[in-house]
Design a protein around this ligand. Structure first.
Ligand code: FAD
Length: 431
């Protein structure tokens, strides 16, 4: 029986996982092409060098809630291969994962090299032919349903199935376009907020958990569904930095509002609720009680709500309340001003900052053009997709690798489907 030639473009998490599983089938030869000198570059640096492999969330309907883009398509995909399957797979490869208090899962070694080695070893065991330093420049569709993979060095490789796992690389997007696919425009996701406020910067290192951050976008589309508008408000730990705000609440908001923030060039208003557990009226009552119960205390020395004294002083200053005043002398107007800064301090976002532990691209291959039962293109028969090249991205916490493992695993099953039934070739697939 003639062997099936499979070429996987991209030696990242998705490319490796897809190649390893595609190579399990008999009569299948898998060649994995990586442009870089070393494969798995992002796995190495991921999770601050520890690799946050997945998230301890083993219920597909819950898991999908962590994807600003792709949640609907991933619902069925996770019922085929989910976080628990990833844990089991790594376990079988000798890699034990541990779960941290917030649900993130890491190798027990706390070293991403453990994951790199496991993937490299599994690929070798499966007989995957790995070629580094090989940039795929172009793909030509041949009349007999084969692909001609043209490399930058002038070489070419013929194959029957092609898995595009090129992450957010422009060359991967160009290949997809040349085969008839359209893209949702790629823009960054998972970033911190730059805020020009030197007094806030002095509090660098202070964190508040939970806080709520809400994006105030004036031109926000009123047609947008209420659920989508709600996603412009996120809660979680908030970290003050030397340049502005970070922490899970901000990172989640940057992901859910990635497109809105890009469209306003990262210049927007943000409202921070420093004590979301209390309603506005309850905060007011607590402050009024402080006035009657602690009248002699200086307002700067006595904070009646659950935030640090340093943050309290900063917020009093923001509310334009004199720090030397005693509680007895605080006017009702000043009480209202303090309520306002505690529940809705406004900041001007003046740009995006980096988050070194994780970064991902929003946008990519349009999901309606991909069959999520197999990850095969609906436009170009024999072409499969996996990983970040797709218009899928998750919030921080291991969700981005999870979608890479899942889509790659499904693509491998699609590539190897015993009764592979070719799709009718669309008009533009032969170009
Ligand atoms: C600093 C950082 C930390 C992160 N940490 C985490 C984390 O802890 N947990 C998590 O879930 N997510 C994390 N992410 C996100 C995660 O790394 C990505 O979502 C994931 O790596 C995507 O995998 P991929 O295989 O689709 O793409 P990539 O990892 O980007 O791999 C694509 C590969 O394709 C190659 N390539 C591209 N074009 C061509 C071509 N034309 N020819 C040949 N090769 C090509 C590239 O060189 C690259 O190696 C992190 C990202 C960053 C940047």
């Amino acid at each position: 029986m003639a062997s099936t030639e499979v070429v996987v473009i991209g030696g990242g998490a998705a490319g490796f996982f897809g190649a390893i599983h595609a190579a399990q089938a008999p009569h299948t030869r898998v060649t994995l092409l990586e442009a870089g000198r070393q494969p798995l570059a992002k796995v190495r640096i991921s999770g601050g060098g520890r690799c946050n492999v997945t998230h301890h969330c083993f219920e597909p309907s819950q898991l999908v809630l962590n994807y600003p883009r792709g949640s609907k398509a991933l619902r069925g995909a996770f019922s085929q291969f989910q976080a628990l399957d990833v844990v089991r797979w790594f376990n079988a490869e000798g890699v034990k994962l541990k779960t941290e208090a917030d649900g993130r899962m890491f190798p027990v070694t706390d070293d991403s090299e453990t994951i790199v080695e496991a993937l490299m070893f599994a690929a070798k065991k499966a007989g995957v032919v790995l070629r580094n330093n090989v940039l795929v420049q172009k793909i030509e569709r041949l009349g007999d349903n084969k692909f001609d993979v043209i490399l930058k060095n002038g070489e070419n490789i013929l194959c029957d199935r092609l898995l595009l796992a090129t992450g957010s690389s422009p060359s991967g997007y160009a290949i997809a376009r040349s085969l008839g696919h359209e893209l949702e425009p790629p823009v960054p996701s998972l970033f911190t907020f730059n805020i020009k406020d030197s007094k806030l910067h002095e509090l660098a290192g202070v964190s508040v958990n939970p806080a709520t951050v809400k994006l105030l976008i004036s031109n926000s589309n009123p047609e947008k569904k209420k659920s989508a508008r709600n996603q412009l408000e996120q809660s979680g730990a908030l970290l003050i930095t030397h340049w502005g705000l970070s922490g899970p609440a901000v990172l989640k908001l940057s992901a859910w509002a990635a497109r809105e923030l890009h469209d306003c060039n990262y210049q927007a208003k943000l409202a921070v609720n420093w004590i979301p557990s209390l309603k506005v009226e309850a905060i007011k009552q607590i402050l009024l009680s402080a006035k009657t119960e602690q009248p002699k205390k200086f307002v700067s020395n006595y904070c009646p709500v659950d935030i640090s004294l340093r943050l309290w002083e900063y917020l009093l200053d923001k509310a334009e309340v004199e720090l030397e005043k005693r509680w007895a002398d605080i006017s009702n107007r000043a009480i209202q001003q303090i309520v306002n800064v505690l529940s809705a301090s406004e900041y001007a976002i003046a740009g995006k900052g980096v988050f070194k532990d994780e970064f991902v691209t929003c946008g990519g291959i349009r999901l309606q053009d991909v069959n999520f039962q197999t990850m095969e293109s609906k436009i170009c028969q024999g072409l499969f997709f996996a990983g970040e090249v797709l218009d899928i991205d998750g919030v921080t916490g291991g969700f981005n690798f999870q979608s890479a493992w899942t889509t790659a695993w499904i693509a491998a099953q699609g590539i190897n489907a015993e009764f592979y039934s070719p799709l009718p070739i669309a008009k533009n697939a032969d170009q």
